[in-house]
Design a protein around this ligand. Structure first.
Ligand code: UDP
Length: 242
């Protein structure tokens, strides 16, 4: 089944390929070397970058290049049900995939034995926190002046029963009818190269290709918003002169 024929109605009335309202801003943590906020609907991520700086512990140093270290955390008040924040298995997995999503665009050869630390905190969660975190982190890295080949943008595409939708809410992630939900977070560079993709659920090859195409369109929109936030910050630092 293709999406074109679908009369599927989303719980919040969005079109199938419509993102939630986005807000993005850089420079939100003055003490950090770079920082950013990315908000998609009710999901809000803050990222702060420190470095490049000497890698500690020393035995983790790599004399051939600098390294990226990512730390994702969902704050205790980010959801209405009580959660255990900090180093749980989910947070460790998301920290690792965030690193995979971002590493391909970073030029860290010039920083032997050094590390760039990225801390991502989710202050409000309504699904899509890993993708919001990656979007915020990519902006924060650019804001910190870390040399990059390009930007990374990230979005989750989902299959609800048989229909593909973009940027799922928690209500959509919990969809229970028909074949149920499939969640596919995808990150890509601004020239459309996939740096990270996960799949939680079931999907056929043809529809997976459609999902990637939907993610491409969505990431292109997200990239424009990330770029504008970075440009606005540069304009502000230049005293408002464009
Ligand atoms: N969530 C929650 N408690 C938890 C973990 C997740 O309420 O301990 C919610 C939260 O809204 C999160 C959503 O479940 O955004 C989906 O989590 P998932 O692990 O699929 O990752 P995400 O979609 O946030 O990247």
């Amino acid at each position: 089944m293709t999406n074109k024929k679908s009369d599927f109605v989303r719980p919040d009335g969005r079109k199938l390929d419509e993102l939630r309202p986005i807000e993005a801003k850089v420079g939100v943590v003055p003490n950090a070397d770079g920082s950013a906020m990315y908000k998609s609907g009710d999901t809000v991520a803050i990222a702060a970058v420190y470095g490049p700086k000497k890698m500690h512990p020393q035995h983790n140093q790599d004399p051939s290049k600098g390294q990226l270290r990512c730390d994702y955390n969902m704050l205790s008040f980010s959801v209405t049900e009580r959660i255990r924040p900090g180093k749980n298995r989910r947070a460790m997995e998301i920290s690792e995939i965030t690193k995979w999503a971002l590493e391909p665009v970073l030029l860290l050869d010039k920083y032997p034995n050094q590390v760039v630390d990225v801390f991502i905190n989710i202050i409000q969660a309504d699904a899509g926190t890993r993708t919001a975190g990656i979007n915020a982190a990519a902006m924060a890295l650019a804001h910190a002046g870390i040399p990059m080949r390009g930007m990374v943008s990230s979005v989750a595409v989902g299959k609800l029963d048989k229909t593909l939708v973009v940027d799922l809410t928690k209500e959509e992630e919990d969809y229970h009818e028909g074949e149920g939900p499939t969640d596919i977070p995808i990150s890509m560079t601004d020239d459309g190269k996939i740096t990270h993709m996960q799949l939680d659920g079931k999907i056929g090859v043809t529809q997976l290709q459609e999902a990637v195409d939907l993610a491409k369109g969505a990431c292109a929109k997200i990239y424009e918003i990330q770029k504008k936030a970075l440009k606005d910050a540069i304009d502000l630092e230049n005293g408002g002169k464009k």
